[in-house]
Design a protein around this ligand. Sequence first.
Ligand code: 5GP
Ligand code: MN
Length: 338
Amino acid sequence: MNLEDINAVKKLLSKPQQIVIVPHKNPDGDAIGSTLALWHYLKNIGQEATVIAPNDYPKFLKWMPGHEHILNFEKENSQAKKKIEEATLIFTLDFNHLGRIGQMESYLEGGNAPIIMIDHHQSPSDYAQIMYSDVSMSSTCEMIYNFIEYLGDDDKITPEIADCIYTGIMTDTGSFKYSSTTSRTHNVVAALIEKGAENTKAHNLVYDTNTPSRLHLLGCALKNMVILDDYNTAYITLSQDELDTYNYQKGNTEGFVNYGLTLSGICFAVIFIENKEEGIVKISFRSEGDFSVNEFARKHFNGGGHTNAAGGRSQVSLSETVNYFVSLLQDYKAQLKP
Ligand code: 5GP
Ligand code: MN
């Protein structure tokens, strides 16, 4: 963040504001962690703030300090709309184009409140008045730590804030193993533990929450895995029927896509998940090395993300989506090398 932007933020926060903080749709650990960390911080410095999530989020995140105060735009619609209307300042966290917040898009676009974007995804669009965008960052949570530090307030990081930031860094770095994890990330994490983050507890509450039906769904997903040796690619499909059979709950497929990459020689892993209610197939892409799944998702599946982790969607059937996907691979053969 440059000095001019830091000073502009300081000026805004020197006056009482009615603040709304927004994560992306289907928020993950980084989205919920960053919005809640910022929410605690803003409240602690005397601001009025509300986190409004576009929709629900997985149960394994519903322990994070302050989660019970998050408004769900789908379920608490009139209350959420009122907060957006009354907002004098808006933060958007962990996304960088307004299409990522679904129905909320038109309400944010229509307002007069200045918007501050804090995000680490590629190719930001320019809807925000103040933009802290850095694609080299492990997570939006690491950026929230920096943001609080830029404001000279790192001594105001409470154990609650530390827990929230820690959890988002943990989930977005695959527990500190992805290449986005830097020595700075570890330094931030060390500082968070010193400030009271309960690291083992966060790990247990996020990852050790399996149910028999989730493990059976994982078994089904792994059985469905197709390996395309010619393209060093592995993909998984889950149909709506299969999700129903194993009593699918939001968040239950989190992490499934990564199994493909654990096969030696595989550098591109994909999961296709049918969602009959929304009439789409949700797709997650992961890669190892230089192959940019962000570009692939952006070009072919109306999505985006990072070089090694991205998402997208398709409006045609599950089998048509998979056939289309496989038909694209020939053009990428040279890049799909481990
Ligand atoms: P996931 O596959 O876990 O849903 O998402 C992987 C990464 O891609 C995350 O950083 C997520 O924010 C991003 N992502 C997921 N779906 C989409 C999408 O539809 N559009 C864009 N632009 N990014 C996405
Ligand atoms: Mn993130």
